[in-house]
Design a protein around this ligand. Structure first.
Ligand code: AHR
Length: 659
């Protein structure tokens, strides 16, 4: 009696600790190659939120470089005799500064720029300072001295990098010089001294690392762009989000203003400056330096299909309940022309107006655009009414382009139920769905797409992330549930053609929205667990879905399935079977997988498992500890035509088997 009580106690303890394995018998049908998985299946959604562009991916280090912020000197400190003028050389950016002699050899004229939360520089690296300048009075050359300084230094000198520039022309000209930093400093300041009695005019003052992604001069921050490439995305959606719509139409993202010479791209307001008053950033603007040319170029360089999204003539409907805020349906020609011109910019011959501009910007070959989104999170009958003339015009001129419509801001409900049939009526090729939802939603949606209408448009899960209830920040458990939910996307790859987590980027000192996939400060970045989930899906996406059943049912986290979610794919090119499993329970689970339909003489020769697991569900990677939770790869023992493994509680695993 005593003995059995002891045994029971041990068993209870083991179960409590999650040690007791539950057995799950699964069958994977290898003969039934299911839907083809689209190359676009897993991708990226970029929006300039959380200082994702200026101050983030776009490597420009100077804030308000063209003095076009409504407060002309925001981001700058001027000293001596500095005046702001507005008859500069760039039509769309007319402001510039005039630096005049301070009046005494011991006094100084000049400017400091604070950058974005400081200017991050690294020891041994080079930075290209460039400026448009002139000596307005002509005559003797003027001089400026450019410095990178550490304003809080206890050392003898604040400057740790210096260079001189001679301004020798009465006409506006571009000058540049390289500064080499011999320190690493996340919060340096750019200082410019007038170094001569001659007056000097300065415009478009810029500082970039020379070591940008792929070495482009108007380039991107290397670590951040590399993180995008490493995810192996199949599609790249840009430029947002809500910024596509604008708080008003005047401030919507206007792609035509984002191309051509950077000096002449006008400033745009960024709605995320003020959308949340409790996270208010008065200096958040869009320089458009990272514009549509750069987005297309980046898509190409990371191997992703570009997916631009344009305004449909509706300003943000959350912020504008009044009809007057939007373009009347009969007056949409300009907006429709923008969409047609964008297709020409991306794909047109170099003798077309917009194709020529693309070539002049450095890319004569077409970008091969295949998809275009019209409208972001729109709703109500005004959305289909606005979309319809776009669809007609695009179909007529470019039947080859696939059109992405929207199902509104909700993952289900009245608007969603109204918009899906409307998208079907308008023959949208894909419908964008958004869901920022809590744990319970993710746990209940494993079978979301199993019964979707197979004859309608395809699904683009365009923005999603698990927002933990009362825990709206990055943590392991949320990422695990995203992984679990994604098995349902994969199993339904015949209808789900694209999926992109959102938002992508966030500066630790400038965020408005959490969770996000990649965080950074001025020098370092960290990939969250959600990043690794996306990366695992994209890396092991396979080519075809395979049926995976437990008691003849798909494994969707349904009752009796022990908190398990699973999907199976075959990779034709590599002849590999890939099984993705999320164990959302706090129990160890034993998985017995039988691969039915393999030929008798066929057997598995090797297998590996890539796992994401953690004991603290509330933790994630941080800038201080970027590798706290990363995927770990190990070999697994394979049976001839089976795989028997155990998966730890709260674990996501990808099993890859080779014949
Ligand atoms: O991703 C943040 C915002 O969420 C997007 O701008 C918008 O589309 C959605 O509401």
């Amino acid at each position: 009696m005593k003995k059995s009580t002891g045994l029971l106690a041990v068993m209870a303890l083991a179960a409590g600790m999650g040690l007791q394995a539950q057995t799950n018998e699964w069958v994977i049908q290898t003969k039934k190659l299911g839907a083809e998985i689209q190359p676009t299946m897993y991708g990226l959604f970029f929006e300039d939120i959380n200082y994702a562009a200026d101050g983030g991916l776009y490597a420009e280090l100077v804030k308000n470089r063209s003095f076009e912020f409504p407060q002309s000197l925001m981001g700058w400190k001027s000293f001596g005799k500095v005046s702001v003028r507005d008859d500069g050389p760039f039509e769309r950016n007319p402001h510039y500064v005039r630096l005049a002699y301070a009046g005494h050899p011991h006094k100084h004229t000049g400017l400091d720029n604070e950058g974005f939360f400081g200017i991050g520089v690294e020891k041994g690296k080079e930075y290209r300072f460039s400026v448009w300048a002139r000596i307005p009075d002509g005559g003797k050359a003027g001089k400026i001295r450019v410095e990178l300084i550490n304003p809080s230094s206890m050392g003898e000198r604040q400057a740790f990098a210096k260079a001189n520039l001679t301004i020798d022309s009465k006409e506006w000209k571009k000058y540049q010089v390289i500064l080499k930093s011999d320190v690493t400093d996340a919060k340096s300041v750019l200082r410019i001294f007038l170094d001569s009695p001659q007056t000097v005019d300065l415009e478009h003052i810029s500082l970039f690392p020379t070591d940008t992604w792929k070495g482009h001069e108007n380039g991107l921050r290397k670590d951040l762009a590399q993180a995008l490439a490493d995810l192996k995305p199949g599609v790249f959606r840009f430029p947002g989000g809500c910024i596509v719509e604008g708080t008003d139409l005047a401030t919507r993202y206007d792609w035509k203003k984002s191309v051509g010479a950077v000096e002449n791209r006008p400033l745009n307001e960024n709605r995320w400056q003020y959308t949340f008053q409790h996270r208010f950033y008065p200096d958040y603007y869009q320089s458009y330096g990272l514009g549509f040319y750069e987005f297309f170029q980046l898509s190409e360089e990371i191997g992703a299909e570009p997916l631009p999204v344009l305004s449909c003539g509706l300003a943000c409907q959350f912020q504008n309940p009044d009809a007057e805020a939007h373009v009347p349906v009969g007056e949409l020609e300009g907006y429709i022309q923008d969409a047609l011109d964008l297709i020409e910019f991306a794909n047109g011959d170099t003798d077309t107006q917009w194709g020529k501009l693309r070539a002049e910007m450095g890319h004569p070959a077409p970008f091969n655009l295949k998809f275009i989104g019209i409208g972001n999170e729109q709703w109500g009958k005004e959305y289909p009414e606005h979309l319809e003339p776009f669809v007609a015009a695009i179909r007529k001129a470019h039947p080859e382009i696939k059109i992405v419509g929207s199902s509104g801001p909700d993952s289900e409900g009245k608007q969603f139920d109204y918009l899906w049939p409307e998208m079907k009526r308008l023959k949208a090729d894909l419908v964008d769905e958004h869901f920022y939802r809590p744990e319970s939603w993710f746990l209940s949606q494993g079978a979301r797409y199993d019964n979707y209408d197979r004859k309608g448009p395809k699904v683009f899960a365009g923005e999603y992330a698990c927002h933990g209830k009362g825990k709206k920040w990055n943590h392991y458990h949320a990422s695990l549930l995203e992984a679990a939910f994604m098995t349902g996307l994969e199993r339904n790859a015949d209808i789900v053609h694209m999926a992109t987590y959102a938002p992508l980027f966030a500066h630790v000192e400038g965020w408005q929205w959490r969770p996000d996939m990649i965080w950074y400060d001025n020098l370092n970045s960290v990939r969250t667990v959600s990043y690794y989930v996306q990366q695992l899906y994209a890396t092991y996406k396979g080519t075809h879905v395979l049926p995976l059943m437990m008691d003849k049912k798909p494994v969707t986290g349904a009752e009796g399935q022990n908190g398990l979610f699973a999907s199976a794919v075959y990779d034709k090119a590599k002849d590999e079977y890939i099984i993705k499993v999320a164990n959302t329970s706090d129990k160890l689970q034993s998985l017995q997988m039988t691969f039915a339909g393999m030929k008798k003489q066929q057997s598995f020769s090797q297998g590996k498992c890539i796992k994401l697991t953690a004991t603290d569900m509330d933790k994630d990677n941080t800038l201080d500890n970027p590798s706290a939770i990363v995927p770990h790869e190990s070999e697994v023992e394979v049976g001839a035509q089976s795989l028997n493994v155990e998966i730890e509680p709260n674990t996501f695993a990808v099993y890859v088997l080779k014949k």
